[in-house]
Design a protein around this ligand. Structure first.
Ligand code: SF4
Length: 341
């Protein structure tokens, strides 16, 4: 079995499933491959298993549990005999150690007309000093769109984040440090991609209007109401101010485990005379928290559990910075996004 290793984008990252990937896998001579696909690609999963098996000659097993990001790749326990993993739909997280060589297939999307999209942005009157952020699938559009916007008089900034991000301009739901790096130089951000997940995360992380550009539909959405997002979270903080019995949630997923943070938070809680127990899980199910003698939780796993899914939980779920606000150790303003470094 291979030693724990860090992903190196040059060697193990592919834009899509195809001959380039198959050739790299054949060279690796795997004894068994484990394939992980995100929810949106499940329909094609068995066909992909067959293509991989035929192309490499190696047995392929499919990891069937839901996966959310490159942070919860198949563990050794899930696929003990696989010596190679193929992960579809995610970019590697460079500072997360992997249990085996893992080939990331990012499923890059080539679509989107940069000239037309730049026209759309200019017609909507977005501020001239603009930061660009994109989901991994649409990163190839960033240089083309930057250039097209530049020709319309835009001063476009693209930031490089910390070691949790593989690329400049990349959005990751738990880390927008690329955007934060250029926040002071821009008056608004333009997110390039689909859905609300990243615009919402970005709006929590940066104090600038976040517009959303869907490059395939050529639609531009106005900024997320940041003030409302934060008001809701501060209400949760207020509700948890007097909580005496805290649960500290810790995930065992390789890229979601913040045990040192959890221990530090436990220590902070106890120093304020509160009880705080650490609860371990892999994938968190709200039902697992029912019936416990705990009044609120602080979640050290994926930050988006607290920010997006709180309504599904029986008790308030706070992020670590919100927890410190509830204890009175951090001020309520400025609001601090729970960046996972
Ligand atoms: S921790 Fe959450 S937001 Fe970050 S990569 Fe994992 S699933 Fe995505």
């Amino acid at each position: 079995m291979a030693e724990a290793t860090h992903p190196t984008p040059d060697a193990w990252v592919f834009p899509r499933v195809g001959e380039e990937l198959f050739e790299a896998l054949r060279k690796a001579r795997p004894e068994r491959i484990v394939l992980q696909v995100p929810a949106g690609l499940i329909r094609n999963a068995t066909e992909l298993v067959e293509r991989l098996r035929t192309a490499t000659g190696a047995p392929v097993v499919l990891a069937t549990r839901a996966c959310f990001g490159a942070c919860d790749f198949p563990s050794r326990d899930e696929a003990p005999r696989a010596d190679v993993a193929v992960v579809l739909g995610h970019a590697p997280i460079p500072n997360v150690a992997l249990p085996r060589p893992t080939y990331f297939v990012e499923m890059r999307e080539a679509g989107g007309d940069p000239v037309r999209l730049a026209d759309l942005v200019a017609e909507a009157g977005l501020p001239r000093r603009l930061g660009l952020v994109a989901s991994v699938q649409h990163l190839d559009l960033v240089p083309l769109l930057s250039e097209a916007l530049g020709r319309r008089g835009y001063d476009v900034r693209v930031g490089r984040g910390d070691r949790r991000l593989a690329y400049a301009a990349q959005a990751l739901g738990c880390n927008y440090t690329g955007a934060e790096a250029v926040e002071a130089e821009v008056d608004a951000f333009l997110f390039v991609g689909t859905g609300r997940f990243h615009p919402v995360g970005l709006a929590f992380a940066v104090d600038r209007p976040v517009w959303s550009l869907d490059p395939l539909q050529s639609t531009l959405e106005p900024p997320i109401d940041r003030a409302l997002l934060i008001r809701r979270r501060l209400l949760t903080v207020a509700l948890a101010r007097d909580v005496r019995r805290w649960g500290i949630l810790v995930s065992t997923f390789g890229g979601q485990n913040r045990s040192p943070t959890a221990l530090a938070l436990q220590e902070r809680a106890r120093s304020h005379g509160r009880e705080a127990e650490i609860l371990l899980f892999d994938r968190l199910d709200p039902h697992d928290l029912e019936g416990r003698a705990i009044d609120a939780y602080v979640n050290t796993a994926c930050p988006r559990i607290a920010l997006d899914d709180s309504a599904n939980y029986p008790k308030p779920v706070l992020t670590p910075p919100e927890f410190l606000m509830a204890l009175g150790e951090l001020p309520l303003e400025p609001y601090r996004f729970d960046t996972y470094h």
